[in-house]
Design a protein. Structure first.
Length: 131
């Protein structure tokens, strides 16, 4: 079971422009899972897009968002609408009106076999993204 996590910071403080950088998280890696739990539980994410490789991983992602993350499912939210990670058809979860999560309701196992370049392009040109 794996997830792809793509993060976006609304107030980027880096010297270089922020880039879309998906990270594969194996849910059977206890350290990686613990890190995700801490980040969700502490409200450390601004915007996060989540992809899964299976129905089981998708179910785990939902449980993490609703449980540890304390997020609520939303159909629309100003943070979601303004996020460069917004994806039509994805489930939207909002945590304390500060964090927004986009969860693909369909597993994408083929995504985990790719180099992620095509996936990054799905978000649009880096020139179109907020600075």
């Amino acid at each position: 079971m794996q997830l792809v996590l793509t993060e976006w910071y609304r107030k980027w403080r880096g010297a270089e422009p922020q880039k879309i950088q998906p990270t594969v998280l194996p849910l059977d890696d206890e350290r990686a899972l613990f890190g995700l739990l801490v980040m969700l539980g502490n409200g450390e994410y601004d915007d996060l897009c989540i992809e899964s490789d299976s129905a089981e991983a998708l179910k785990s992602a939902r449980e993490l968002l609703l449980g540890t993350g304390g997020a609520d499912r939303a159909h629309d939210h100003p943070l979601a609408n303004s996020s460069p990670l917004y994806r039509p058809g994805y489930e939207i979860y909002v945590q304390a009106d500060q964090s927004v999560f986009f969860l693909n309701p369909e597993p994408r196992p083929a995504l985990f076999q790719s180099d992620m370049a095509a996936y990054i392009e799905e978000f649009g040109s880096p020139l179109d993204l907020p600075k």
